[in-house]
Design a protein around this ligand. Structure first.
Ligand code: ADP
Length: 291
């Protein structure tokens, strides 16, 4: 790959929040597509048993996704590498490890595995981290969409990540639950011991202002968010737009739909927001590569 320096590996990014409906799957898919447009190879991992991200890649979780298409076999200890579950998507340069409701089984078998591994001296047995080792050189970026819960699957995803993006719409209830999530996962990850026996550290943990409205209430909560999270708030934010919601009504994103179907200004506003996010995150990825 002409972009990634020799020896650098895929940067792993989790998209996470306690709440559903904050824009996690939309962010995962759109960011991934945008990065491929800049020439990167991207692997999506759907770690949410609801399978929304898989749906955005055109799969029907209940029909198209079997156990062996998810990271379930890693959790069961039947496979060591996630390679078996990777499949191409309709989008050039974008592969996926899919999810379906059956993936909820990891919430039972991962704790059981953990107890066993602890007996062998492992502090935290991270199935995703071990499973992606084999493919780190095949991709520039790996994006994990997580379930809206601090579940076993989510903790695995967070612990396997270089960095985290927490999408957060500026409304009061999302702000409150976002703060709880932030505290919980920073406490949790500070106390979990990562690979190699040292405490897990992240290259970046950021808040993405998502579905941003411009009414007074949203503007006020947007200010609280910036006061609370300071420079952790990404300098690119995503407005709520009809283009994004209309695209997602057809299981598409702003990169899938034709700009010619839209008034130029309306389209540009939605598209530019994601282009800015993608450009900023590419800079973050490069910085991690050069570390
Ligand atoms: P999550 O993965 O957190 O549950 P989704 O990405 O599925 O969230 O988004 C939830 C809903 O919000 C979807 O119906 C989507 O169309 C809508 N949505 C997300 N981002 C935007 C946006 N920027 N503008 C308008 N609607 C959006």
């Amino acid at each position: 790959n002409r972009l990634r320096p020799a020896g650098a590996e895929a940067v792993v990014i989790s998209i996470a929040n306690f709440k559903g409906g904050v824009g996690k799957s939309t962010t995962a898919m759109t960011l991934a597509q945008g990065l491929t447009l800049l020439g990167h190879r991207v692997l999506l991992i759907d770690a949410d048993p609801q399978g929304s991200l898989s749906t955005l890649t055109g799969l029907v979780p209940d029909l198209d996704v079997q156990e062996e298409d998810t990271f379930m076999l890693l959790a069961l200890g039947e496979e060591d590498s996630i390679r078996y579950a990777i499949r191409p998507t309709y989008w050039d340069g974008l592969d996926i490890v899919a999810a379906a409701p059956l993936l909820f089984g990891i919430e039972f078998n991962l704790p059981a595995r953990q107890v066993k591994e602890m007996a062998n001296g492992f502090e935290f047995w991270n199935v995703l981290n071990l499973g992606i080792d084999d493919v780190r050189e095949d991709y520039d970026v790996i994006i994990i969409d997580t379930a809206p819960a601090l579940s076993y699957g989510t903790v695995n995803a967070l612990m396997a990540s270089n960095g985290i993006i927490m999408p957060l719409p500026p409304n009061a209830l999302d702000f409150a639950s976002g703060a709880q999530f932030w505290t919980l996962f920073t406490d949790l990850t500070e106390n979990l011991i990562g690979a190699g026996g040292s405490t897990k550290t992240f290259d970046f943990i950021n808040v993405l202002l998502s579905r941003v409205d411009s009414d007074d209430a949203s503007t006020m909560v947007r200010k609280w968010i910036i006061q609370t999270y300071g420079d952790k708030v990404l300098p690119a934010e995503i407005p709520r737009t009809v283009v994004t919601s209309a695209a997602s009504a057809e299981f598409n994103t702003v990169y899938d739909i034709s700009r010619y179907d839209w008034n130029a200004r309306t389209y540009k506003r939605a598209r530019e927001a994601y282009d800015n996010l993608v450009a900023y995150m590419e800079g973050v990825v490069r910085a991690v590569w050069l570390k």
